[in-house]
Design a protein around this ligand. Structure first.
Ligand code: NDP
Ligand code: GO6
Length: 313
């Protein structure tokens, strides 16, 4: 396929920086939004300057200046947003409504990928409070996109391995436990663990693909569909250890969630509940409105969790 002009919004973020690199690697003309609000954040600025050296074009634009967003959007064919969903209280995801307005007014965008990259929010209508806020906000953004008839692709990336695999899916840590691991229920629910660079690679593959137009792209490469138990076993084999296993029953987990007074923690626990007890990543078949990434792009050699976990040895 030909080369596109791609604007990455949120390009210095955790997944955003990988999207910039993947777009450059694919040979697209890559533009990265540079917000004046970065102020004295020297790491953000240095990263942007690195991207420029690697061939990206930095475009100034602010969410508090509609015209600047329209001008930025007019330079490109595709907009990929990786706005934050982490600092939940500030509703950053809804900032994207301003981006939708700008795209609507500019009128030239061939594909918009809003910030999704997780559970499919369209399947989370029943999600627990307060974690459901992320799904609700993503659905509000979807509605605005669809009402404005903006061509789009939604990427359901499942579990970022850095948050869910490196720690063997333990909450409150990013490192593998040394002695004991707690399993959610029987530990036999299928989840999907994804290397973050692969998420970016698949996402960028989809931006000019007619097969993903107005569809959801699910990242479900077969060898990365694993139970928590299988993930733990992979680690035990790599590390040459055996971990003591304890079980958290569904009732205990929900009681802990309800008793927790930290908002960000409650949000996280809600997400873990849906993933590891309910099986929300895998308890459905991909339908007419979806495509599976490793089937569309079999040439991508995706990272298996055995390989990903080596870095934690
Ligand atoms: P980050 O927290 O790294 O933030 C991404 C970018 O958001 C920042 O770099 C910044 O852009 C932008 N941003 C933050 N606040 C504002 C603001 N007030 N106004 C404008 N821009 C702002 O995001 P993540 O990469 O962690 O998350 C991206 C997406 O991935 C989210 O939708 C999230 O839900 C999802 N996610 C999924 C996970 C999974 O396991 N599936 C795990 C984590 C996230 P700039 O670069 O311009 O400064
Ligand atoms: C990642 C996290 C990890 C929270 C999604 C608390 C949206 C999604 C897979 O920001 O709340 O320990 O789907 O103690 O649709 C956070 C959130 C993960 C990271 C989940 C996410 C996943 C957001 C924690 C923790 C490792």
């Amino acid at each position: 396929m030909g080369k596109s002009r791609v604007l990455v919004v949120g390009g210095t973020g955790y997944i955003g920086k990988r999207l910039v690199r993947a777009s450059l690697a694919e040979g697209h003309h890559t533009y990265v939004l540079r917000r004046p609000e970065i102020g004295l954040d020297i790491d953000k600025l240095q990263l942007l300057l690195e991207f420029k050296q690697q061939g990206a074009e930095l475009v100034e634009g602010s969410f508090s200046d509609h015209r600047s967003l329209v001008e930025a959007v007019k330079k490109v064919d595709v907009v990929v947003s990786a706005m934050s969903g982490v600092h939940f209280r500030t509703h950053n995801l809804l900032q994207q409504l301003k981006l939708v307005d700008a795209i609507k007014q500019a009128g030239n965008i061939k594909r918009f990928l809003p910030s999704e990259f997780g559970l499919d929010p369209a399947r989370m209508g029943h999600a627990l409070e307060p974690g459901r806020v992320t799904f609700d906000e993503k659905m509000i953004v979807r509605k605005a996109i669809e009402e404005a008839n903006i061509p789009h692709t939604y990427v359901s990336a499942n579990c970022f391995a850095g948050y869910f695999a490196g720690n063997l899916s333990q909450m409150g840590t990013l490192l593998p436990p040394k002695d004991k691991v707690s399993l959610y229920g029987d530990g036999n629910v299928k989840v999907v663990y994804m290397d973050e660079d692969d998420i970016a690679t698949y996402t960028i593959k989809s931006i000019d693909d007619p097969r993903t137009l107005n569809k959801t792209l699910y990242l479900r490469p077969p060898e990365n569909i694993l139970t928590q138990r299988e993930l733990v076993e992979i680690w035990e084999n790599l590390a040459g250890t055996t971990l003591d296993k304890t079980t958290i029953s569904e009732e205990d987990f929900l009681a802990q969630l309800k008793g927790c007074d930290n908002f960000v923690m409650q949000v996280g626990m809600g997400h873990f509940y849906h993933i590891f007890y309910e099986g929300s990543l895998t308890n459905f078949e991909i339908g007419e409105d979806g495509e599976e990434a490793s089937q569309l792009y079999p040439q991508v050699r995706y990272t298996r969790m055995r390989e990903y976990l080596r870095r934690y040895l």
